[in-house]
Structures are given as structure tokens and as C-alpha cells.
Design a protein around this ligand. Structure first.
Ligand code: NAD
Length: 453
């Protein structure tokens, strides 16, 4: 590990990665490497999840392709020096900010969307002009192996290298000094990463998880809401960091809404045989999820097959915040429905919990919408939609508090791997004597006047 990082540092110090042409070339190379190996990527993810090519394209590769295209288009603009105003005391001078790549970066990926959660941060590192070590998740072994194969066969390791492994390998990497660490995963491991980074004062982006609520008020378009929520929740069998973890439904519409949710599940024909559904990633997680289901609160679904790592899309009703299922992020195809009477109380309850990665509000009321948007702190979200904010590359994506820090995609990704160096460039035309000794009352009053005080 030490040698690899030293080689990357040596390469970074040649200044090659700072060249805009180089960055565009490498981004194009990444695009071509993924494109030329799409079939390998489809096969690997099928082995890990039974995920269809359709869904692999729409939920994984599409986002990476559009991030690369946008990065290539905008790198010149993002990397340009930015003029800033110069204040009166410093005149005559010009001021500007130079975006400078942080250096050697480490990207640690999660297993649930293994391609986009690995490659999208890599695109951000590349466009910013950093070198990258990528450590994909060992929990999805086939996708990790294929990423290592296609990247390590096509890129010079002193610029971009995939290192496979689990806790021991990640720990070894974390013992090295990086200039940036970008981590996606659980809040628990996020804390370990943050502590390791602190030893070297390495800046971090932490893309973490949590329990993301969806509010459904009495004015919502219920049919449309049910359709959008069922898709968002059961996509990837609920193994989505921004999936609605639980619903908060106004009690007056609960009965009707539950019926609509169940009928949407039926209409969606969720099955791994037809490519509309995926497996749970492993047996351990399948068993963890099954244990979470309170049998007496199943509204629909609830069946499972541990051997096939299958859990039927499941809706739970009459759930309260005291139920065990509300204690941790579900990260699977189980959707608890909590009914509320008083909107403000429901907001208050969510505010008392750790800040979620996402929050969704389905309503026709502007007042309700604005209450959620202004009162609850969360990473990002949607109004009358769920999950889809991630698909808009023009929006930064990230968490806050327990759900993370920092954001990426588009220019936010560039910023995550960039230091903005502020420069004051002085003219030699003349020199005001104000700052020079000896100090005097006259100078002080002049300084104050210049400051408008
Ligand atoms: P995880 O935290 O278990 O693992 C993430 C990465 O950390 C893996 O590469 C793993 O090898 C490494 N890791 C695990 N334990 C470690 C340790 N002790 N020391 C060092 N490295 C270690 O997370 P996961 O199970 O892969 O993903 C699920 C979680 O990630 C959920 O909480 C989910 O919400 C969150 N997530 C967040 C986002 C986001 O964009 N914010 C995206 C996907 C998943």
C-alpha cells in the first residue's frame, strides 16, 4: 500500500494531472473502459444481485456516464481561476482563487450500487485533478473483482488503482496519508474513517445512511404517490441509501392509501425471474431483515426464502416509533407505515431523531411542503417524488449530521476534491504607508474611515 501511494504521490508531483487535457483524456478513458466492458459489468452484478441489465444501466451506469460527460464539458470552467474583488486597503492589487487538486485520494465504496458509488466519486477525483485509489466493497465480490480487472488493465496504477479487500485492507489503506478520503457506507464505519482521517488532518466526504422518512398528507394525490413510493422503496429490493425507510401517513387517508400501496405492489410484478426485483445481497442480511418483520403487523407481503435470498415486498401497518423496526435503518424491502394525527407533532418527532439522508413530502399544500423543507434538516429529497433527486446530476448529493458531510456529482464533486487557494497579487505601482511603523492616531482614524467605521 505504502509503495502504491508513494508512486501516486510522485506522479501527482509531476503536475501531469493538473493539465486540463490530461483530465479530459482520463475521463474519456474511464468512459470507454466502462462502455467496452459493459457486458462484464452486467454479468458481475447479476451474480451478486440477480440484477437485470436494464436496471444496471438505469440505476448504475447512466449516472456514471452522465457525470463523466458533464465533467468533460465543464472541467475547463470549473478549474479556471476565479476573479474576486479587492478591498480598499489592499489596492492597487488583484485578487483571485485558484482551484487546486487536493492530491492523492482514497475512495471507499459501498456494495448496494457498487458501480455508481465507486465510479462517480472517481469521476469527481479525476475532474479535480487528483490521483485515486479505489477500494470497492468486498460484500459484492463479483462487482468488486470486475472493477479491479477492467480498471487495473487499463489505467496506470500511479494514477488510478483499484485495491480490493475488506476491513484489513481498508485499515491498511487508512494507515497511509491521503490528501482526501471519500467514503460511502454506514454511519458506524463513517466514524472509523473520520477518526483515521483525523490523524493526518485529511479532509473527508462521508456519504452515510439513516432512516429517511416520507410524509403523505391528506391532500396528496394518493394514486400517484403510491406508484412513486412503491417504485422508490422496492427498487434494488430496498437496498438503497435514499429509499423511503418509513411512511408517515395522515390517519384520515391511511386505509385508502394502504390499499393503493398493495395494489401498486401487485401491478409491479416484482420478481427476480422477470428482472423487476433483486436478491438481498447475502444470507446474513436476509436473516437480519426477516428478524425485523413483526408478524402481527404485516399488511401485505412478509414471505421469504432464505436460500434464494428473497424477501417479498412487505408493508407493515400500525407501526409506532417504539417498534424495534424503527431502531435502525432497514435497508431492505420492508416498509413500515406510521399514521399521524397532528402534522406538527410528526415533524417534531422526525426532528428529534438523527438527521436523515433524505426526506420526502407528498402533498398539494404549499404550507405543509414549506414546513418540511424549512423545519427538518436532511441531506436532500423530493416534493411529490422519492429517490429521483439523485438522478439530477445538476443537484449536489450528500448528507448532513449522522447521514454524512460534503456532497458530490457535477461541480459539487469537483469541489469535494479541490482546495481553493486564495491569492492577493499586489501591484508595484505605489505603496500606501498606512500599515508601516510608526503607528499613529491619524493612521488609525484613516484606516477606520476606509472601513466605513
Ligand atoms: P459499510 O459501512 O459496512 O461498508 C462500507 C465500506 O467500508 C466497505 O468498502 C467496507 O469494506 C468498508 N468497511 C467496513 N467496515 C470497516 C472497518 N471496520 N474499517 C474500515 N473499513 C470498513 O456499509 P455498507 O454495508 O457497504 O453500505 C450500507 C450503508 O451505506 C447503509 O447505511 C447505507 O445507507 C449507506 N449508503 C450511503 C450512501 C450515500 O450515498 N449516502 C450510498 C449507499 C449506501
Amino acid at each position: 500500500m505504502h509503495q502504491l501511494i508513494q508512486q501516486q504521490r510522485d506522479f501527482f508531483n509531476t503536475n501531469a494531472t493538473k493539465d486540463i487535457g490530461f483530465r479530459k483524456e482520463q475521463l474519456q478513458k474511464l468512459f470507454d473502459t466502462i462502455k467496452n466492458n459493459e457486458q462484464l459489468l452486467y454479468d458481475a452484478i447479476y451474480k451478486d444481485f440477480k440484477k437485470s441489465s436494464f436496471e444496471t444501466f438505469t440505476t448504475e451506469l447512466a449516472l456514471v456516464y452522465s457525470d463523466i460527460k458533464e465533467a468533460k464539458r465543464k472541467v475547463g470552467k470549473w478549474a479556471k481561476r476565479k476573479r474576486k474583488r479587492t478591498n480598499l486597503v489592499n489596492l492597487p492589487a488583484k485578487s483571485y482563487v485558484i482551484p487546486e487538486p487536493l492530491g492523492v485520494s482514497l475512495v471507499i465504496g459501498a456494495w448496494n450500487y457498487p458501480y455508481q458509488l465507486s465510479f462517480a466519486p472517481v469521476v469527481a477525483a479525476m475532474v479535480a485533478g487528483c490521483t485515486v485509489v479505489l477500494k470497492p466493497s468486498e460484500i459484492s465480490p463479483n462487482t468488486s473483482a470486475v472493477m479491479a480487472q477492467i480498471i487495473n488493465n487499463n489505467f496506470n496504477s500511479n494514477y488510478f488503482k483499484v485495491v480490493e479487500g475488506g476491513i484489513p485492507e481498508t485499515t491498511a489503506l487508512l494507515n497511509e496519508k491521503f490528501d482526501k478520503i471519500f467514503f460511502t457506507g454506514s454511519t458506524t464505519v463513517g466514524r472509523i474513517i473520520y477518526q483515521a482521517a483525523a490523524k493526518n488532518l485529511t479532509p473527508v466526504t462521508l456519504e452515510l445512511g439513516g432512516k429517511s422518512p416520507a410524509f403523505i398528507t391528506e391532500t396528496a394525490n394518493l394514486k400517484m404517490t403510491a406508484k412513486r413510493l412503491i417504485w422508490a422503496k422496492f427498487l434494488n429490493a430496498g437496498q438503497t441509501c435514499i429509499a423511503p425507510d418509513y411512511l408517515l401517513v395522515h390517519q384520515s387517508i391511511k386505509k385508502e392509501f394502504l390499499k393503493l400501496l398493495a395494489s401498486e405492489i401487485e401491478n409491479s410484478h416484482f420478481s427476480t425471474d422477470n428482472g423487476n426485483y433483486v436478491q438481498i445481497i447475502n444470507t446474513k442480511n436476509t436473516e437480519r431483515l426477516i428478524k425485523m418483520i413483526p408478524k402481527d403487523k404485516i399488511y401485505c407481503g412478509g414471505n421469504y426464502d432464505v436460500e434464494k435470498r428473497y424477501i417479498e415486498p412487505t408493508i407493515l401497518t400500525d407501526i409506532s416509533f417504539d417498534d424495534t423496526i424503527m431502531e435502525e435503518e432497514i435497508f431492505g424491502p420492508i416498509l413500515p407505515v406510521i399514521s399521524y394525527e397532528n402534522f406538527q407533532d410528526a415533524i417534531g418527532k422526525v426532528k428529534s431523531l438523527p438527521k436523515p439522508l433524505s426526506c420526502y413530502i407528498f402533498t398539494k399544500s404549499n404550507t405543509s411542503k414549506n414546513k418540511i423543507l424549512t423545519e427538518i434538516s436532511f441531506g436532500g429529497g423530493c416534493v411529490n417524488e422519492a429517490v429521483m433527486h439523485i438522478s439530477n446530476g445538476y443537484l449536489g448529493f450528500g448528507g448532513v449530521g449522522n447521514s454524512g458531510m460534503g456532497s458530490y456529482h457535477g461541480e459539487d464533486g469537483f469541489r469535494a476534491f479541490t482546495h481553493y487557494k486564495s491569492i492577493l497579487e499586489k501591484s508595484n505601482l505605489f505603496e500606501a504607508n498606512l500599515k508601516y511603523y510608526p503607528n499613529s492616531e491619524k493612521k488609525l482614524s484613516l484606516i477606520k474611515r476606509m472601513m466605513g467605521l
